[in-house]
Design a protein around this ligand. Structure first.
Ligand SMILES: NC(=O)c1ccc[n+]([C@@H]2O[C@H](COP(=O)([O-])OP(=O)(O)OC[C@H]3O[C@@H](n4cnc5c(N)ncnc54)[C@H](OP(=O)(O)O)[C@@H]3O)[C@@H](O)[C@H]2O)c1
Length: 269
């Protein structure tokens, strides 16, 4: 696989930590970083998948790959990831906060503990990991942080209420940090995909929506990484999503959230 020239020039030979690398967008991000000559620390819960991916990326790209199995719902996981990279003497110059999951359905009928776990993985772990790795990037005066948000971050989404709120948190965090750390030579970007081919819908219990096409995880990853190295504080890789976000500026908020509610309302309700 041929990584983009701009990406390769910016990141070749550096180390990246990719969360949620066992599937979907995280896996595609790992593949494209590997193709650009980046050494990888991959993490997720499914170690068998990480091992298979690591073996393939090493042989295809001649890079170094380490795997760390971790559950980011555990409050101690980010510190363990930092300790493991420090013990191995790895300077992480690229942090990809990608791991996350959704839930589709009525909030009041959902599992409250699972909704809470979504906040732990999608938000708390992102803040913790970024807080642990960013200071060293600032000291070295170089680095990249990607936070995978979503087009769901641009409006409240009834029937995916907690998920959309976690993604609004992620996008705001990334956009704010981009301003804070630019003067230290560190770039931060929120990647905001629309519907993307991955295991997301299956995990979230989200039905396929007619007329709503999905983008490939490879394309989302490529556009996200290009935006990150170019210093864009947010990237919407999905053209329909870009148009939707632009149009929302001219429409009353209650109409926007009402349209989202109609789109995600479960059929069985
Ligand atoms: N697909 C979409 O339509 C879409 C759209 C917008 C935004 N996104 C965002 O894109 C990101 C990646 O999602 P995806 O679409 O690629 O979904 P996916 O195929 O389900 O992949 C999710 C990844 O997150 C990891 N993960 C989930 N819970 C975890 C936990 N507790 N601890 C550690 N890792 C965990 C999973 O690994 P293990 O299960 O092996 O732990 C997996 O590698 C998410 O942040 C999601 O919100 C997706």
């Amino acid at each position: 696989m041929q990584g983009s020239k701009v990406l390769r020039q910016a990141v070749q030979g550096k180390w990246a930590l990719v969360t949620g690398a066992s599937a979907g967008i995280g896996l595609a991000l790992a593949e494209q970083l590997a193709a650009a000559g980046v050494n990888l620390v991959l993490t997720a819960r499914r170690s068998d998948r990480l091992e298979a991916l690591a073996a393939r990326l090493r042989s295809e790209n001649g890079i170094e790959v380490r795997n760390i199995t971790a559950d980011l719902a555990e409050p101690s996981a980010p510190q363990q990831l930092l300790a493991a990279t420090e013990e191995s003497g790895l300077a992480i110059d690229i942090l990809i906060n990608n791991a996350g999951f959704g839930y589709s359905g009525e909030f009041a009928k959902g599992d409250a503990a699972w909704q809470r776990q979504m906040v732990d993985v999608n938000c708390a772990a992102v803040v913790h990991l970024t807080g642990l790795f960013l200071p060293e990037m600032i000291k070295r005066r170089r680095g990249y942080v990607m936070i995978v948000a979503s087009t769901a971050s641009y409006q409240p989404v009834a029937y995916m209420s907690t998920y959309a709120a976690t993604k609004a948190f992620d996008r705001f965090l990334a956009e704010a940090l981009a301003h804070e750390v630019a003067e230290h030579g560190v770039k931060v970007s929120a990647l905001c995909p629309g519907p993307t081919e991955s295991e997301f819908n299956q995990v979230a219990g989200l039905r396929e929506m007619r007329g709503r096409s999905s983008q490939s995880a490879e394309e989302v990853a490529r556009l996200g990484l290009e935006g990150l190295v170019e210093g864009r504080s947010w990237v919407i890789p999905y053209s329909a999503g870009k148009a939707m976000v632009f149009m929302q500026r001219f429409v009353p908020r209650r109409l926007v959230s009402g349209a989202a509610a109609r789109m995600f309302r479960p059929k069985s309700r």
